[in-house]
Design a binder for this molecule. Structure first.
Ligand code: CU
Length: 526
């Protein structure tokens, strides 16, 4: 609140920091949201470049471009940077921008802590990237950091551990801020069950983060003490158990999937009603489905561990519990579809990405059900089928909905409309190249190609070539998005206060672009 005060007077009297200092010291939720989004896109480019290295090496059989050690480092950093640097900050960026607007708050509850949450990120991201340049290079363990390998790795592993600790701190502070903002700063009349669904998904996601980030921090701290301080948590020679790491890691790791997916669901739940000109179908059941998914996500972790020798009864329990998540997820997919049913649909870029999400995320959900079947998963473990599955969830799920949200809210953020033709081109290129890259990986996995290996047998050559060409196309077409955004910021047709014909719902109680301090001078909507 102190920050809001300073802003209100500061900009009247002209002693508000400008230039770089504005961004370093800002406590404004819109500035911080913008920085989160730019940071996210930067990390997306870095993580994407690493994916290009991976796909270039896999373009044909044999070792051509990088050493196996460097290949493993790319695999690890690509995942860590995409999950913690690109996807999560993107949705925190949306949260910062949209939650105060959607619930009628003047800013986030802890505005200065919000600044800190953000500025930890570039430091953490730099630690991950800089680890490439320390002796021995970055961690080559994969993002799961399983011991005993992660105990033997060089100091790049310590960089990854410290980087993850910082990212966890940032997430925990962000979550405290989001929960407090939503529970305390809603405008009169904005009861919880009237909140836009994007706020609901973030409220529940923030609790998930609070619950599992400390678990990850615990796991990697135990790893750190095993590495440097003589403990044997995960060292069998000292009486420890490497499989215990997997239990702790996946107790964090599975809910983490929903930390990524739920805010994506929230964005989709805003976009589909707007472009269907209807209210969301089954609002209350959507809220309960989000809560149910979040709750069940705590009790399915060992579906990542079917090949570690857990008892058959355990395998059966984790199989059925995992399949149970399909029920609330099915409720959501049904409700999104029912929202479109007999709606006055239009297909601007945000809606195209939302429908792309709906189709492809459901496909990723189905391949998830396939992986959940213990008997099948034992065959598919560590193959490209799993890689295909989670890229349908992560890319078609998180990336497509992040694009849906970005195109949907860009007019409100910048005051300008983006170029619709280029937006649609971006969608179709992304859709085609995404499927070209990842659909064939199902076949590679079913045929037995292992993941995280830089070389492969001759029979996998064709599908790998298709996948690599698709990935280069996918990477290059994302530059189009950068061009579209910069062009929209610099100019373009005026968005008007209701850029989508007034079908946008509650967050549009502000004009375009939203004023720097939204609720200081009540805006007039025509
Ligand atoms: Cu899982």
């Amino acid at each position: 609140m102190e920050a809001v005060h300073a802003g209100a007077h500061g900009h009247d009297h002209g002693h508000h920091p400008t230039g770089l200092m504005r961004w370093i010291t800002t406590t404004n939720h819109k500035d911080i949201g913008t920085m989160y989004l730019w940071f996210s896109f930067t990390m997306f480019m870095v993580g994407g470049a690493m994916a290009m290295v991976i796909r270039a090496e896999l373009f044909e059989p044999g070792l051509q471009i990088v050493s196996p050690e460097f290949f493993n480092q790319m695999i690890t950093l690509h995942a860590l940077i995409m999950v913690f640097g690109a996807i999560m900050p993107a949705f925190v960026g949306f949260a910062n921008w949209m939650i105060p607007l959607q619930i009628g708050a003047s800013d986030m509850a802890f505005a200065r802590m919000n600044n800190w949450s953000f500025w930890i990120l570039p430091v953490a991201g730099s630690m991950l990237i800089l680890s490439l340049f320390v002796p021995g290079g970055a961690a080559g363990t994969g993002w799961t950091m399983y011991p005993p390998l992660s105990i033997q790795m060089g100091m790049g592993m310590d960089f990854a551990i410290f980087g993850l600790h910082l990212l966890g701190m940032s997430s925990i502070m962000g979550s405290i801020n989001i929960i407090t903002t939503i529970l305390n700063l809603r405008a009169p009349g904005m009861s919880l069950m009237r909140m836009p669904l994007f706020c609901w998904t973030w409220l529940i996601t923030a609790y998930l983060l609070l619950a599992v980030m400390p678990v990850l921090a615990g796991a990697i701290t135990m790893l750190l003490t095993d590495r440097h301080f003589g403990t044997s948590f995960f060292n069998a020679a000292g009486g420890g158990d490497p499989v215990m790491f997997q239990h702790i890691f996946w107790f964090f790791g599975h809910p983490e999937v929903y930390i990524i997916a739920l805010p994506a669901f929230g964005v989709i739940s805003q976009v589909i009603p707007a472009f269907s000109r209807k209210h969301i179908f089954g609002y209350a059941s959507m809220v309960y489905a989000i809560a149910a998914i979040a709750l069940i996500s705590f009790f399915v972790w060992a579906h990542h561990m079917f090949t570690t020798g857990i008892p058959l009864t355990g395998q059966l329990y984790f199989m059925y519990a995992t399949m149970l998540i399909a029920v609330p997820t099915g409720v959501k997919v049904f409700n999104w579809t029912a929202t479109m049913w007999k709606g006055a649909l239009s297909f601007e870029t945000p809606m195209l990405f939302a429908i792309g999400f709906l189709f492809l995320f459901t496909l990723g959900g189905f391949s998830g059900l396939v992986c959940a079947i213990t008997a099948i998963d034992i065959q598919l473990q560590d193959t490209y089928y799993v890689v295909a599955h989670f890229h349908y969830v992560m890319v078609a799920g998180a990336l497509f909905s992040a694009y849906a949200g970005a195109y949907y809210w860009l007019p409100k953020w910048t005051g300008h409309m983006y170029n619709e033709t280029l937006g649609k081109l971006h969608f179709w290129l992304t859709l085609i190249f995404f499927n070209m890259t990842f659909f064939v990986q199902h076949f590679l996995g079913l045929a037995g190609m292992p993941r995280r290996v830089p070389d492969y047998a001759l029979q996998f050559a064709e599908f790998n070539k298709i996948s690599s060409i698709g990935s280069f196309g996918l990477g290059i077409s994302q530059l189009l998005f950068l061009y579209i955004v910069i062009k929209t910021i610099k100019g373009g047709p005026k968005a008007g206060d209701k850029p989508w014909d007034g079908a946008e719902g509650l967050e549009w109680t502000v004009p375009s672009p939203a004023p720097h301090h939204t609720f200081e001078d009540p805006p007039v909507i025509k």
